[in-house]
Ligand binder design. Structure first.
Ligand SMILES: CC(C)(COP(=O)(O)OP(=O)(O)OC[C@H]1O[C@@H](n2cnc3c(N)ncnc32)[C@H](O)[C@@H]1OP(=O)(O)O)[C@@H](O)C(=O)NCCC(=O)NCCS
Length: 158
């Protein structure tokens, strides 16, 4: 468990899958259900982390899902609830993924992010990640429009 200012970062994502699915539903055009999140977590090397606000009656503030396989780790999804943004929570969640990935022996971490998602791209760039590829029309919005995925990665120094 990591202490943030008024927040706690914990590894027990199973307990908060309903909150995670609700947040996904609220912010993504093509959200993942609770069952979909559970299926992802059941994959080999998959895990997650959650950030909670407050201590007495903790409220769900955000989460990350990732997978560590062989020499690489992948961030599968990341979200912070709108009213908890701008406090460094996403940065802490991604740093937690980096730490866990290194523990498993991963040499790099990678992810896909939607072209134009400047908040996420700047977050990842601020943590040293760089774009290395683009997948054309990878994302489909609710209105039927498409957007590219930017592939980003970071190689860990040993
Ligand atoms: C992207 C997201 C996770 C950022 O969460 P957050 O907790 O507000 O981010 P942090 O406070 O940790 O910000 C860390 C850094 O990210 C960047 N960043 C975050 N929000 C930003 C914004 N709105 N505009 C520009 N840069 C931003 C900045 O570099 C920031 O560092 P700084 O505060 O020193 O400037 C959040 O906006 C979110 O959940 N968005 C919707 C879901 C999403 O896009 N997920 C990523 C899918 S790949």
């Amino acid at each position: 468990m990591t202490e943030l200012d008024g927040y706690r970062l914990i590894g027990d994502i199973e307990t908060y899958l309903d909150d995670a699915a609700a947040l996904h539903q609220a912010i993504f055009d093509r959200p993942w259900s609770q069952d979909a999140l559970r299926d992802l977590l059941a994959m080999s090397g998959a895990d997650g982390a959650v950030v909670l606000s407050g201590t007495r009656d903790p409220a769900f503030a955000g989460f990350v899902l990732f997978q560590c396989i062989g020499d690489s780790a992948e961030i599968l999804t990341l979200a912070v609830a709108p009213h908890h943004r701008g406090r460094g929570l996403a940065r802490s969640l991604v740093q937690q993924v980096f730490a866990r990935a290194r523990e498993t022996g991963a040499e790099k971490v990678m992810l896909e992010v939607q072209d134009g998602n400047l908040a996420a791209i700047q977050l990842y760039e601020s943590l040293g990640m760089t774009a290395f590829d683009r997948r054309r029309n990878y994302y489909k919005a609710a209105d039927g429009s498409h957007a590219d995925a930017i592939m980003m990665q970071l190689f860990f120094d040993n």
